[in-house]
Design a protein around this ligand. Sequence first.
Ligand SMILES: C[S@@+](CC[C@H](N)C(=O)[O-])C[C@H]1O[C@@H](n2cnc3c(N)ncnc32)[C@H](O)[C@@H]1O
Length: 495
Amino acid sequence: MGLHTRFPTSSPLLTPRELDLLPRLRFLDPACGSGNFLLLAFRELRRLELDALAEQQRGQQVLDVAHLIRVNVGQFYGIEYDEFPAQIARVAMWLADHQANIEASQTLGQNFVNLPLMQAAHIKHGDALETDWAEHLNLEADAPGLARLYIVGNPPFVGGKKMSAAQRAQVVREFAGVKDAGVLDYVAAWYVKAAKVMQATAREFPGLQTAAALVSTNSVTQGEQVAPLWGNVLQDYGQTITAAHRTFKWSNDAPGQAAVHCVIVQFQPSAQASGPRRLFTYSSPTAQPLEMQAQNITPYLTDGPAVIVQKAGNPLRAGVPPIHFGNMPLDGGNLLLTEQERAELLEKEPAAAKFVRPLLDAQDFLNGGTRFCLWLEGAEPAELARLPEVRKRVEAVKAWRLASVAPSTQKFAATPALFRDRRLPERYLAVPSVSSERREYVPVGYLDSGTVVNNLLFMVPDADLFTFGVIQSRPHMDWMRAVSVGWPQSLDGFE
Ligand SMILES: C[S@@+](CC[C@H](N)C(=O)[O-])C[C@H]1O[C@@H](n2cnc3c(N)ncnc32)[C@H](O)[C@@H]1O
């Protein structure tokens, strides 16, 4: 069912105390789809129980299997937005129950059928972000009898830019009052909601231990998402990361599903976080994990002190030159020229040559570029009047900006000959915002005002050689690998 999971072939037998614990566990998958996580958890728990029971009952006549088996599907809770998978999850849990009963009958030598079906998994068809999880779990009534609550799943992966307005509003609501919550992915809302539920549970039902472990895209442990997400979860809601899998590639059987680079982060209320911190690392996204014990697991999934890198618009220290984005054209493509368009324009209007400059984005900078742009800063109206082809392009920019639904774009229709940004220092250091992880060093280099860089490059005006050295240095490259977005495909940590 699209889930590749390898479990150890033999687990140590449970002690009688652990066996007693099993029926007092509760599981919630708050984006359960067709229920794979719940299904596997149920199946493995029943197997653990069965192995221990078989050992206990060895050589004895089993009188009543129904009384021995205490793990039941009623311990499993799910929430799913789509109705069809929610129904599948319910049925799949019954089938898993039936299969587990057959295994029990074969192992314990007594026919065991759980009919009529008295217990069912609690799968709610609804929006997890509009659902009170504690209420769905019936904690008010059941918590005193429970020992542990586990929140698991792989909530929806919807990137910040692809989210619907309603989804974004949900995320912002979950992170009420948190600075920069607007940059978060949809999945972040599940992290913080789990943290809130666990914090409240620890307060109201101190005997009930909780832990959450979510699979998600690695973006929640990189770049600008780290501060709003983990600052909130760890500091405001008192959680600690107790185990994590660093980036690995998770492929999916489902047709048309691309493999995603995932992480798994387990966290729990700090007061309950005892025991070693387990960190699983992958030498490549498809390698087998290596487990190490960590002193402390940071939100970047490294072993180290609990430091969260905050976004800063200005240098942190005096004497360090500022770094800016390059220039966003915001032009509908009308100020940009291919090599051929440039040649055609200059054939018709040779006088336009002084306004045409090479344009680089991060790719062009790294691999060589052949694009150009019209840079009309300082052009006199009288000069433009003699360049009808150029004027045509300027008119097209104006029309494009006016047609935009964004007032911030429409505003720039007043200056249609110009890029949105107009930063072109005489000499500057260009720093690509995106690069391949395969590069050991991200190349940076000096450019001058003869070349325009767009907003996919950063620029450090008048950077001295010391600045060049620091940006190009090994420690800076390592720092980027640790905190920037997009490993393993790209680096975007210069901001
Ligand atoms: C990545 S899938 C999880 C698949 C699941 N582990 C399984 O076994 O099928 C994410 C699921 O979250 C559901 N979902 C999306 N938005 C949701 C919401 N607001 N509340 C609850 N479920 C949601 C999707 O319909 C999808 O089934």
